[in-house]
Design a protein around this ligand. Structure first.
Ligand code: FAD
Length: 482
């Protein structure tokens, strides 16, 4: 089949999925509140065809055109080809959509590049199943979300201890056909709008943990027993000009409950092996996936800088140093992001278990700092925009014959910018940083790659493992300081 169109994507969602919104089971495709978001996701599928030169590649075996995010990276050319596609795809929503399918596609391609990590004692079943799954996802152009975090309610004990032990997904039974899983996962972004939910390890489990928790599998969102419990939906009705992001880019996060779901062996990649589970994220996961997330972030930061410049222009604040400093801060974050991607790509190499991935360190540094940058962007928007962000009549107000002329007279932009254009700029900025969707987007940036404290602590640990830190003692010796 190959790369799908938007209509084909929506047709694929017509199944018996159990999706809950506001305490009611809803039919995703026909739920009026989801209409804007679904169109937004469907347009992403059409967009890949509109930009086929960048986004699609020919599958060598079938001759089908598939999304380039499925390329299994084995050399620099693969990484560069993927880079081009990821950059173009991110521009569809200027990075406001975090879980476009290319995200998990890149993860899956990286796992397949080193599928031996999933194999043990000469048993190749899991690696083969993973490779077959990846081909299916690529050729059918399935959209995947992932849920990798266990719902740790009690943070004073381990992820699968105390009250948490009852919450995390675990194998409750094995059958001839596969495994039966019960438990839950936080959060599945795109949960109701995905075709499959891919579950894989985030953090290793302790050696003494019950192996039943050591799981990696994928299930269709329509699988019997899978409950997708949506948070409040944030789509705002109205035109794109009035709500450029909120009208179509709510990718809908959901809490997932697995109530005795049956997973056939073809979709089971780890079933009760703590060693394999603990190894999966150690051999290049970050180096692989942060090429996708870093490029998305760079596109978003560059857009934010450009929009902030417009906010300054429409207020004629360009000569004021407080404004230029804030603009400089924004473009610095974008430049640092591009620099980290370049450095990571320049340092790409073969990884121990296979795969040609970017260098890890520039990406783990980026992952640890990005949450601060993204929250700072929103802060800068609010500082530059102030009350203007809320003084933004919509299209209907300008169209009103009584009100429109008054607004044009009393709310024009500086620098000869029209009142309509001024309102559009600030509406876009508010939708980016302050609306319900904008606030959710900020929370996403803070946590989607695990929390900042966890990542900073991890970088310290890796630094200690990476080399002997004798710099202070060496300097003292060279300087003759006791
Ligand atoms: C909008 C959104 C969408 C998401 N989508 C997905 C998704 O699709 N799939 C998915 O798997 N996950 C997703 N996540 C991520 C996931 O849900 C968790 O939010 C994320 O992994 C953080 O989990 P946690 O609470 O265990 O974080 P923790 O690491 O426990 O951090 C929570 C807080 O605890 C404190 N803390 C933790 N560790 C330390 C430390 N070492 N030192 C000091 N303080 C510390 C900090 O205050 C930190 O902010 C999403 C999150 C959000 C917000």
């Amino acid at each position: 089949m190959g790369a799908r169109t938007g209509d084909e994507y929506i047709t694929g969602l017509k199944d018996d999925r159990t999706v809950w919104l506001d305490g009611r089971r809803v039919d995703v495709v026909n739920e009026p509140r989801f209409a804007g978001s679904l169109r937004g996701m469907a347009d992403y599928f059409d967009y890949q065809h509109e930009h086929a030169d960048d986004c699609l590649v020919e599958d060598a075996e079938s001759g089908e055109l598939i999304n380039a995010s499925h390329v299994i990276p084995l050399c620099d050319d693969d990484l560069q080809r993927r880079h081009r596609a990821l950059d173009r795809l991110a521009r569809y929503s200027i990075g406001m959509l975090g879980r476009t399918p290319d995200y998990v596609n890149v993860t899956l391609a990286g796992f397949v590049a080193q599928r031996s990590v999933f194999e043990k004692n000469g048993d190749t079943r899991a690696g083969e199943a993973l490779a077959a799954f990846q081909r299916e996802v690529a050729l059918k152009d399935l959209s995947l979300t992932h849920t990798i975090i266990n719902p740790v309610i009690d943070k004073a004990v381990g992820d699968v201890e105390g009250i948490n032990a009852d919450l995390a997904p675990r194998i409750v039974r094995r059958t001839a056909d596969g495994i039966v899983v019960s438990g839950s996962k936080i959060l599945g972004t795109l949960g109701p709008f995905a075709d499959e939910n891919f579950v894989y390890p985030a953090h290793p489990l302790p050696k003494e943990a019950d192996p039943a928790y050591a799981l990696c599998f994928s299930v269709p969102v329509g699988a019997k027993g899978l409950h997708t419990v949506c948070r409040d939906h944030y789509t705002v009705e109205g035109s794109r000009a009035d709500h450029p992001f909120s009208s179509r880019f709510d990718e809908q996060d959901a809490f997932l409950i697995f109530d005795e779901i049956e997973v056939p062996w073809e979709r089971v990649f780890i079933a009760g092996d703590l060693d394999v589970y603990g190894n999966v994220m150690k051999h290049g996961w970050a180096a692989n996936i942060i090429q996708q997330t870093g490029i998305r972030a760079a596109v978003k930061l560059e857009f934010a800088y450009d929009l902030a410049c417009k906010m300054v222009e429409v207020q004629n604040m360009g000569a004021r140093s407080e404004a230029t400093q804030l603009l400089g801060e924004l473009v610095t974050y974008a430049d640092m992001t591009r620099a980290a991607i370049s450095a990571a790509e320049a340092g790409a190499h073969q990884y121990r278990y296979g795969g040609w991935f970017c260098a890890t360190e520039p990406f783990t540094a980026l992952r640890a700092l990005m949450p601060s940058w993204m929250t700072r962007v929103n802060d800068i928007f609010k500082t530059l925009g102030s009350h203007n962000l809320l003084c933004t009549p919509n299209e209907a107000a300008f169209d009103n014959p009584e009100l429109g002329p008054l607004l044009r007279r009393y709310l024009p932009g500086a620098n000869d910018i029209t009142a309509e254009e001024r309102a559009r700029i600030f509406r876009m900025a508010w939708d980016f940083a302050g609306s319900a969707l904008g606030s959710r987007s900020e929370l996403y940036e803070r946590f989607y790659l695990a929390s900042q404290p966890r990542n900073l602590a991890g970088n310290h640990l890796m630094a200690q493992l990476g080399r002997q830190w004798t710099d202070v003692d060496d300097f003292r010796r060279v300087s003759g300081i006791e």
